[in-house]
Design a protein around this ligand. Sequence first.
Ligand SMILES: CC1(C)O[C@H]2[C@@H](O1)[C@@]1(COC(C)(C)O1)O[C@@H]2CNc1nc2cc3nc(N)[nH]c(=O)c3cc2[nH]1
Ligand SMILES: [Zn+2]
Length: 370
Amino acid sequence: MTSPFTLHSQASDCAARRGEVRTLHGTVQTPVFMPVGTQATVKGVTPENLKELGAQIILGNTYHLYIRPGHELIRSFGGLHKFMNWDQPILTDSGGFQIFSLKDLTKITEEGAAFKSHLDGSKLFLSPEDAVAVQEALGSDIMMCLDTCIPYPATREEAIASTDLTGRWAKRSRAAHKERGQLLFGIIQGGMYPDLRAKAVEELVEVGFDGYALGGLSVGEPAELMMEITEEIAALMPADYPRYLMGVGTPENLVEAVYRGIDMFDCVMPTRNARNGMLFTSSGRLVIKNARHQDDQRPVDEECDCYTCRHYSRAYLRHLFMAREILSSQLNTIHNLHYYVGLMARIRKAIEEDRFAQFRQEFYAKRTVE
Ligand SMILES: CC1(C)O[C@H]2[C@@H](O1)[C@@]1(COC(C)(C)O1)O[C@@H]2CNc1nc2cc3nc(N)[nH]c(=O)c3cc2[nH]1
Ligand SMILES: [Zn+2]
């Protein structure tokens, strides 16, 4: 198994590392934040906007695209890249999380997941092999195994049963995907039980994947617990393969998880919060509808050089938000994604110069509650 990951530099005073992941559609510099584009679009922005703000790789979702418009239609257009006019890397999540978020609409058996469409209630089924086949039809650069995301909290018995099933599904996913172009990542479950997670890492490495993801986190558990598990298990994940923490997180989460050795991240926060008028800045969060921004001529963040900050005032952005204008979501999303992608670029530079621990201190020193 040749790894798609190359380590460029390892921080001398923490687990942070600088590397790159080679994929069919290009090489991704890590640590990296991946904007979420669940339904073949990163909501509110064009691929050109994404390139201008520095996005290297985006996320799609197997469950959503399987349900609508269907993976066969997307295959007929030459795959997801052509269908959505994005020619850089795409990672598709397997749908494990979405299916299990449907709660009572799902029935899990050894064979796979039977569930009802959240759109029209129609009965659907995905086996681990089906999830691989759908992602092969989508042509994503990085595919995720179908897994069972354990809710928080869960008993040890529930975690054992669910993690063992995920392990058997991972073996089947690997067997279903042999060709080497598209990468396949394994997902580590185990709930909040480090020994179960350690066993899961061993079993997945035994099967052999192109990268390893920490699943079953950012599911409502306390941030301290998420970091504890991340710290303990990242250290057990193969150092010469990509490490992906699914569904994370806030800017602070990203800094803390990089410090503990994570390379890849995705989260709906920058895009979702943008649509809700919550903007990220170098000094903290800003709620644009707050009356104090009504006649503020300044940009969202004086240190930001994104399209939104170069052309628009807080007053104008507040006006758009209060008027429920479509442009509000577009401009706020461009800024928030530029902040997240820019934060990762600054993190990569700090690791290259072996000053990440100092960067981390300065990062917190600047954050005042807006
Ligand atoms: C569903 C939606 C939109 O994604 C966010 C957000 O809601 C929400 C809902 O509640 C909070 C916690 C606040 O964040 O959780 C999502 C972010 N956490 C997360 N994404 C994940 C994706 C995953 N995919 C797979 N295949 N397996 C996993 O174990 C897995 C775990 C994950 N954890
Ligand atoms: Zn900006």
